[in-house]
Design a protein around this ligand. Structure first.
Ligand code: ADP
Ligand code: MG
Length: 487
């Protein structure tokens, strides 16, 4: 953002942002028929007569999609509507074969609610307006043929939820945190893969500015179809900047629909929005309204996993982890699950956290694996932690020599260490020989140490380590050295 506009934004203006996020539900089939929703299939292969909107076909609501929408609503603290129906939203578009989109209109399945975000300024709840269900349209492809636009209807009828916030965000940073959190949430509860590049999560950003202290909302623009979280942030920054500059130059903002240009991080107008379109909504006569009982909602509620914010809190208060560690572990659910399983086998919470967020994650990253596909078993990691604790191997040997092998095949870590001759020697007779040798090698350092340069202890320990080829237990060696050098 230009410095000029940033200054004014801080002192004179306030930005107001509301986000509309479409999330594609991870069901096996479409919202109203059995066609697969798998991404990347040959164009126009998942297109039954229902998808194509042929006369006489009858849609039928996908129960799993309803369940997923309710799941999300509960995870976002929404009120769940018990009486629901679908409406037809009529408009013509080449990739909308029926001539109308089936959507919820006046009865969104989830009302209100909030998503907790954390920014540099602390935690706050971003208020939601609603979450409703609708079907996706197909895809028009403009860059495949010089003369024609092609259409792929595989996506037509894919189940979506649209999550709409109140105009409750006030900076691009808050918007960034909100989408990041929402993406983690939909992945966490397993209703959407959150993949923005493939369009499973798409965001429209509504932006306006107003003078600080002003209650009335300013005229907004809507920036459509932002396909990465970074682009959401950039588009908002650009809009705030553009609007403040217009107002400062005596102009007025027109209500517009705009699009983001990722080549130069700017936006351009698609159309002016003078008045609302008349979509002639009416309840779809082919689809029966559906009632959700309290019992049904309760059942879904009890099937929800513990949510990331809950776990972050629990890991700090119950297990004494730092906020940073807790947040790292809850970055995505498979990591938290792995932590959760490992602490069934050891109570060294801090060590488990360190291993998971350190060497284990690093290995996975380097080998293009994840906590979802990890081979290492939680009990193997717990056993590895135990032999380090017992002083059988030191941490650096355990992480650099044993872990890479255990990441490929689970074995008893102690046995493996023995096989590889990596077990530390803690027998003091054997250690004493090395300690004596180290001391006799460096008489001048010994004199310095005795004069008070206690920091030299590390040098002697290092020498013993070298002499023992890394197998001397440094704790015992240190104690032995201190005793000998005291004389
Ligand atoms: P529309 O009918 O144009 O889609 P809605 O009232 O349904 O508008 O709101 C769409 C989104 O725009 C919501 O997220 C809402 O919070 C946001 N919004 C509405 N008015 C403003 C405004 N003046 N400035 C910023 N965001 C706004
Ligand atoms: Mg809108």
């Amino acid at each position: 953002m230009a410095i000029f506009a940033t200054m004014l934004l801080n002192n004179k203006y306030e930005a107001v942002i509301g986000l509309e996020v479409h999330a594609q539900l991870q069901t096996a089939s479409k919202l109203f028929c059995g066609d697969s929703i798998a991404f990347g299939a040959e164009p126009n292969t998942h297109v039954s007569p229902v998808t194509l909107g042929h006369p006489g076909t009858l849609p039928k609501t996908n129960k799993k999609a309803v369940e997923y929408a309710v799941k999300l609503g509960l995870a976002c603290n929404c009120e769940i509507e018990s009486y629901n129906y679908f409406a037809r939203k009529n408009y013509f578009y080449p990739d909308l074969p029926k001539g109308y989109q089936i959507s919820q209109h006046t009865t969104p399945i989830c009302l209100g609610g909030f998503v907790k975000i954390k920014t540099g300024e602390g935690e706050r709840n971003v208020q939601l307006n609603r979450i409703h269900m609708e079907e996706d349209a197909g895809k028009s492809i403009h860059d495949r043929d010089d003369d024609y636009t092609c259409v792929d209807l595989n996506r037509a009828g894919t189940p979506l939820v649209e999550i709409v916030t109140e105009p409750d965000l006030h900076s691009s940073e808050e918007a960034y945190q909100y989408i990041t959190e929402l993406r983690r949430l939909v992945r966490w509860i397993g209703i959407c893969d959150g993949n923005m590049e493939e369009g499973s999560l798409r965001c429209d950003a509504n932006v306006s500015v107003r003078l600080k202290g002003e209650k009335k909302l300013g005229v907004k623009v809507e920036v459509k179809n932002l396909n990465s979280i970074r682009n959401v942030k950039k588009a908002i920054d650009h809009e705030i900047d553009r609007m403040i500059t217009i107002i400062e130059n005596g102009g007025t903002i027109t209500q517009q629909t705009r699009s983001f240009n990722a080549d130069d991080d700017t936006t351009f107008s698609l159309r002016d929005k003078e008045e609302a379109n008349d979509y002639r909504y009416f309840p779809d006569p082919d689809l029966a309204p559906f009632h959700l009982t309290q019992e049904y909602i309760q059942k879904i509620k009890s099937s929800l996993p513990a949510l990331p914010n809950q776990l972050i809190h629990q890991y700090q208060t119950e297990f004494g982890l730092s906020e940073y560690d807790a947040m790292q572990l809850c970055d995505e659910k498979h990591t938290a699950d792995f932590f959760q399983s490992t602490i069934q086998f050891t109570k060294h919470y801090k060590a488990v956290a360190n291993w998971i967020t350190g060497p284990v994650r690093q290995y996975l990253h380097e080998h293009h694996q994840s906590f979802e596909t990890i081979i290492l078993l939680p009990q193997t990691l717990a056993a590895l932690i135990k032999i380090v604790d017992d002083g059988k191997v030191n941490f650096s040997v355990a992480s650099s020599r044993l872990l890479p092998l255990l990441m490929q095949e689970n074995k008893d870590p102690l046995q493996l260490a023995e096989e590889l001759n990596l077990v530390q020697i803690s027998d003091s007779n054997e250690l004493e020989t090395w300690v004596n040798e180290a001391i006799s090698k460096m008489p001048d350092k010994v004199a310095e140490y005795k004069k008070g340069k206690k920091g030299l202890i590390g040098l002697f320990v290092g020498e013993v380590k070298k002499l023992s080829k890394g197998k001397a237990d440094p704790k015992i060696v240190t104690a032995l050295l201190q005793e000998k050098l005291r004389q």
